[in-house]
Design a protein around this ligand. Structure first.
Ligand code: SF4
Length: 425
């Protein structure tokens, strides 16, 4: 037993609560255990208890032993002078505070509860509740997934909100930057974002009717045109970029930022840059379309982009391939962009507009996208919790990263439900 577990047991009344008495034999009823205090001062605030016929409202302090009261110096601290109850696991000393009731819970906590705690929090497995969570009610899991999804958006969109303010509330620019980062997927997200931030949208807009110039701007700014090439296409790009770079006083990124290692060639940054250039070149009013579109079927055509013809038989400059394949974005990449760019920007826009309807539409969009397939969703699936859609897979990723991995089972609704079932209540 540790203090955090003891507080959890008190907070959720996970002890045998019939026939409670104080150490002086008075009948005790706990109406409200109080609010857990994470700041300095007593452990629980605004508790409501009845001692005999007297209703008391105030603060409660918990200790593993009665003697901890003096050990922790509370007898000299004015913040602890007006408590209504001292709750202890073991009574190893005389009550040091005259008139303050003491409740001893030691024998009222079932061993099955501490065993369950050990199974969850002190377990080295990746998913300590793997063999248990199927016993948790469906409704508990559903509500917990909704809370987790909201928590995930809150964390993610706080960063986007700052970005939006940094771009003077320009939603088009925010979409451009976030979409670029998404086109880099995990490995090249940062250089892709830097690329977009180095190349203002208004410059691209001026050259939209010339695909070669748009590609030259992106490849030039990526730093990939700094080498000498034999193929005609990169030479044409270099020529165009040389002119545009001077005209707009552009500074390219260093080419070493881009990663090609351990990637499938279809995900090489060269292919993704060519596809991103095609998206920017061919789409008009992308932001309003993204905000107004709420079904996968309507979004797919917006992201139906293909890298230019040169890339049909190349993955890198000057490295021809035998097989010719048109390099379109692909279904799983489109779904990834819906999950990681389109739905989040819809959520942020809904929050800024304070529109419940828009929020629900963004949620419905995520619910129609298939769940992500990655090592975290695979762990859940192996252990009997299969996400049905992207809203659920996002929530399960949040659960794993923020609760299971750091062993925060006592803060998890599944953990609470499992602890309750082991408490005998
Ligand atoms: S945090 Fe929750 S879901 Fe994760 S292992 Fe613990 S009890 Fe299970």
């Amino acid at each position: 037993m540790n203090e955090a577990l003891f507080q959890f047991i008190w907070q959720h009344s996970l002890y045998v609560s019939s026939g409670l008495t104080t150490t002086t034999g008075e009948v005790l009823t706990i109406q409200q255990p109080g609010r857990l205090n994470r700041d300095s001062g007593p452990d629980f605030l605004e508790a409501r208890i009845r001692v005999g016929n007297t209703l008391l409202v105030g603060n409660v302090e918990l200790h593993l032993r009665t003697s901890d009261w003096v050990k922790h110096g509370h007898h000299k601290d004015p913040a602890y002078q007006r408590l209504i109850l001292h709750v202890v696991l073991d009574d190893d000393a005389e009550n040091p505070v005259t008139g303050m009731p003491v409740l001893v819970l030691g024998r009222r906590i079932l061993p099955s509860l501490t065993d369950r705690y050990q199974d969850l929090v002190l377990n080295a497995r990746k998913l300590p509740c793997a063999s248990l969570h199927n016993g948790v009610k469906y409704i508990v899991k559903e509500q917990w997934l909704s809370t987790l999804l909201a928590e995930r958006w809150e964390q993610k969109l706080a960063e986007w909100d700052v970005m939006l303010r940094n771009t003077s509330e320009d939603w088009r620019n925010l979409l451009y930057w976030r979409m670029a980062a998404n086109f880099g997927f995990k490995t090249n997200a940062t250089p892709f974002l830097m690329l977009a931030q180095s190349l203002p949208l208004n410059i691209i807009a001026r050259h939209k009717d010339n695909p070669l110039q748009v590609e030259a701007l992106f490849f030039g700014q990526s730093g990939m045109l700094a080498e000498t090439y034999e193929d005609e296409y990169p030479n044409q790009l270099q020529k165009e970029y040389g002119f545009l770079r001077k005209k707009y006083k552009l500074n390219p990124l260093p080419a070493h930022l881009w990663k090609f290692l351990r990637m499938r060639p279809a995900n090489f940054p060269t292919i993704r840059i060519a596809q991103f250039a095609a998206l920017l070149q061919q789409s008009a009013h992308l932001f309003s379309k993204v905000i107004e579109t709420h079904s996968v079927r309507d979004i797919e055509p917006l992201l139906d982009v293909k890298a230019g013809e040169y890339w049909d038989d190349h993955f890198r400059f000057d490295e021809p391939q035998k097989k010719k394949v048109r390099k379109s974005l692909g279904y799983s990449s489109v779904m990834n962009i819906i999950i990681n760019t389109i739905a989040p920007i819809q959520f942020l826009y809904a929050a800024r507009q304070e529109s419940y309807n828009m929020h629900e539409q963004a949620l419905q969009l995520l619910e129609t996208v298939p769940p992500e397939q990655n090592h975290i969703t695979a762990i859940w699936e192996c252990n009997g919790w299969k996400a049905q859609n992207a809203a659920q897979s996002q929530a399960l990723i949040q659960l794993f990263n923020n609760y299971c991995a750091p062993k925060r089972c006592l803060e998890c609704a599944v953990g609470l439900s499992l602890m309750k079932s082991a408490s005998g209540n």
